[in-house]
Design a binder for this molecule. Structure first.
Ligand code: SF4
Length: 512
């Protein structure tokens, strides 16, 4: 699969919905499925394995909303997403969701069967966290794809397919024919070629992949080796990485991040002004916090109070289906930007400074996503909140003008304190304890940033901390990895809240 990009995998997508591993990833899967059917879909069967995370979360955590939007060809931040089920029905697409026992090894596996009057295709894909996805197979043929490239699929008789011998062409045996997978949109069918079918799939990721990519480093250890005694600031190393990954200039990388900072600041302002949404657990709380903060009646937390306000505002925007940035995920979208923007404003810093801090966070996220995952279904909240805390700590050191090594030390210390964190959203909504976990991640980041600036010793290198989190996750029961089957999610009050919300959604007959 493609190398991690800061803008694809770590700080992005710009999206709506409660969970990036549900909404944004499902939307990208839906868009690929739509292209596989040339935009002509009459029926879709969606199957989720019973042992995975999706049978219990697909509706409440936004997989349905994202998948339906993708099948309609929409973007991840489309304002129509909350009404995507009705739009799908209006478009005449008949969709059925079933739970099956097929033993899919990945907890976020989508099995789609798509039909129209002329053809039928199957697509199996997984959501890997933070809005990223991977296609495993099409038409029961293994077909590696992550939405990072133009892909041309060509169905050919077996005897003819041998003519296509090239590095960038993958041959897949599909029974009576061959499917050639060409990582390009340039294929043109000639008259002499007995092509059975051709499908062209566009990239669904903002930063495309390419064959000749040479990355300067992919782990923290490699980065420190690469930079050696130069002690380049972490944000500059992040720029170097993303320039190589996306073929950007330095200015383009910084400007892309400034654009993200502007989106986030707008979302914070709209969150504080007030949000409303029927199907959510928590109401509008940031307004009251702001009033008390302005009046000076909260305990003195210094800039931390502004950070808590901004984290809360962003979480409220997320749960009311407003525009957020998955950084690194939607569930943990608020800790990093809340900490960076809150602290930067308190320090009188510019948007360029905020962007630099976000870039420093981005490269820490690259190390986490490359070695492991941001998916709570795989790693519990360590993978979301833990990653967010680690990234935010490095960002805050960068804002303070700390060194490369201090930023890396802060990232290590912040992640260390988040190991073992489970994912157990109350009432199956990504709101609580998510708000508290985002606040905790931001507070932890602030403490660790100051500890690192005072040259505290993190002891364990960041790469080893990531590996330790991965090992902890391997021993974490399924119930505590975003299935709503354990922890706070199964308390009587949580069950009661979920029942109340479900009953509101279905019209309130009371029988469920
Ligand atoms: S508990 Fe953590 S991992 Fe789970 S949904 Fe909430 S923020 Fe995401």
């Amino acid at each position: 699969m493609s190398a991690v990009s800061i803008f694809n995998d770590v700080i992005g997508p710009v999206m709506r919905g409660p969970s990036s591993s549900h909404c944004a990833a499902a939307l990208r899967i839906g868009r690929l499925a739509r292209e596989l059917m040339d935009g002509n879909i009459a029926e879709v069967l969606v199957e989720f394995d019973r042992s995975g995370s999706l049978p219990t979360t697909h509706e409440s955590q936004g997989s349905d909303m994202g998948l339906f939007g993708g099948l309609l060809g929409w973007d991840a931040d489309d304002e129509r997403l909350p009404e995507s089920a009705q739009a799908l029905a209006d478009a005449g697409i008949n969709l059925r969701i079933e739970t099956v026992d097929v033993g899919d090894p990945h907890p976020n596996t989508y099995r789609l069967t798509l039909r129209n009057a002329h053809e039928q295709h199957t697509l199996v894909a997984i959501s890997t966290g933070g809005g990223m996805m991977e296609v495993l197979s099409m038409d029961d043929v293994p077909m590696p794809m992550d939405g990072g490239c133009h892909e041309t699929l060509i169905w050919l008789p077996k005897a003819v397919s041998a003519e296509f011998e090239a590095d960038e062409v993958l041959h897949h045996d599909a029974g009576e024919c061959h499917i050639l997978q060409v990582k390009s949109s340039a294929f043109v069918a000639t008259d002499h070629l007995p092509v059975i079918a051709v499908k062209r799939l566009s990239p669904v990721l903002p930063v495309p992949s390419r064959k000749d990519m040479r990355l300067p480093f992919t782990s923290c250890t490699e980065m420190l080796c690469h930079d050696a005694g130069r002690h380049t600031p972490l944000w500059r190393l992040a720029v170097e990485y993303e320039m190589a990954r996306g073929q950007f200039t330095e200015r383009e990388v910084i400007d892309k991040m400034i654009a993200i900072v502007r989106i986030l600041r707008k979302s914070i302002t709209s969150g504080i002004a007030g949000t409303q949404y029927e199907d959510r657990v928590l109401g509008y709380q940031s307004g009251r916090f702001n009033e008390l903060m302005q009046a000076g009646t909260l305990l003195d937390g210094g800039a931390l109070n502004r950070i808590v306000l901004y984290v809360t505002a962003l979480m409220e925007v997320k749960s009311s289906m407003g525009v957020i940035v998955a950084a690194p995920t939607a569930g943990a979208c608020a800790a990093l930007p809340g900490a960076v923007i809150g602290m930067a404003e308190a320090m009188g810093k510019s948007e360029e400074d905020m962007a630099q801090a976000m870039l420093a966070a981005g490269v820490i996220g690259v190390f986490i996503a490359t070695r492991w995952t941001f998916a709570a279904e795989v790693g519990g909240c360590q993978a979301e909140g833990g990653a967010a805390a680690s990234m935010a700590a490095a960002a805050l050191v960068t804002l303070a003008g700390g060194t490369r090594d201090q930023a890396v030390a802060a990232a290590s210390m912040a992640f260390q304190s988040m190991l073992g964190l489970i994912c157990d959203p109350i009432a199956n909504r990504v709101e609580a304890p998510c708000l508290g976990k985002n606040v905790m991640a931001a507070s932890n980041a602030l403490s660790c940033a100051n500890m690192a600036l005072a040259d505290f010793d993190p002891l364990i290198p960041l790469d080893e901390v990531i590996d330790a989190a991965k090992n902890v996750a391997a021993r974490m029961p399924r119930e505590h990895r975003c299935t709503s089957l354990g922890g706070l999610a199964v308390t009587p009050t949580s069950v009661e809240i979920e029942k109340r919300l479900s009953s509101k959604r279905c019209g309130g007959c009371g029988s469920c």
